[in-house]
Design a protein around this ligand. Sequence first.
Ligand code: TLP
Length: 346
Amino acid sequence: MIDLRSDTVTKPTAAMRHAMAHAEVGDDVYGEDPTVNRLERRAAELTGKEAALFVPSGTMGNTIAIKLHTQHGQEVICESRAHVLDWELAMMAWFAGCVGRPIAAVDGILTWEQIRAQVKPLSPHAAPTGLIAVENTHNVAGGTVYPLETLREIGYEAHRLGLPVHMDGARLFNAVAASGHSAAKIAAPVDTVMFCLSKGLGAPVGSMLAGPRVLIDAGRLLRKRLGGGMRQAGVLAAAGLLALEEMPARLSEDHANARWLATQLATLDGIQVDPARVRTNIVFFDVSGTGWTAAAFSAALKERGLIMSAFGAREIRLVTHYDVSRVDCEAAFAIVQEVSRLRPPV
Ligand code: TLP
């Protein structure tokens, strides 16, 4: 099987498995796991924040961040296809008592002008704004990357109004590879940033939440409340450290594979995709011109050894990652081509 469903499917490298087997560990709930402590220090350093917290998943990192920044009954401004809104089981409502205020934005990239129009002060009718959440790279918009200037304006103006900003940077290092800016530079305008070790960086488990020390200390208690006290988590952190040191440099290979696939797919009759829009490792293509539904198309791909996810009735998402080589991408393209030429099922 060639698995292009997501970069979450990556398996730990041989070096990671070795480091996990030999990791120095302690009880992290007591703050005594030296490997977790090293990972947290390194994540803080790389993102230019005071402190960082190792969490089991990106969803937990975002959930903790939203709770840290808000009070019950507030709104969280986010893009209309944001992961925090659509893919996290309404955690902002369940855990933080907040509702999302979605704004549809071109390429998933919010501008301050759009945000400003939705910021609500205290009033007898409306829920006040508690937080602005940006997603970088933006998953469902196709792995798009925030321009630094846009982020800086959002951060500066939000802070002038006393509003915090959180970045869902699940794929922060893809943004780093695409833009050439450091993680610290990209995260500088925001108060907290979450990024995942377990996606393109290849670690088996884990994400980091970085920000000011007072918030991260409070976040540690929220992580425990959510069942995220992980004890001898150094076995996981050891893989995370390698993910941080060794994997970011190769992400541009995934980006080149994604662009290559999009360019090939664009040549097929009935398939719509704009290769010029591909900035990182995520590609959405529309199969409706072939007469197939996305679900049936994806099922036909799977029968031939290729997994890609249907998103809605017309679109399929592919995500490149280090377990998929250029040769695999060539084979994947041949399978898509074959299916696109078949008569759709009636
Ligand atoms: N995204 C997954 C699915 O949940 C859709 C994927 O396959 O892309 N923020 C963003 C932007 C994400 O894309 C994801 C995962 C998360 C947060 C959550 O991370 P996890 O899966 O570790 O909870």
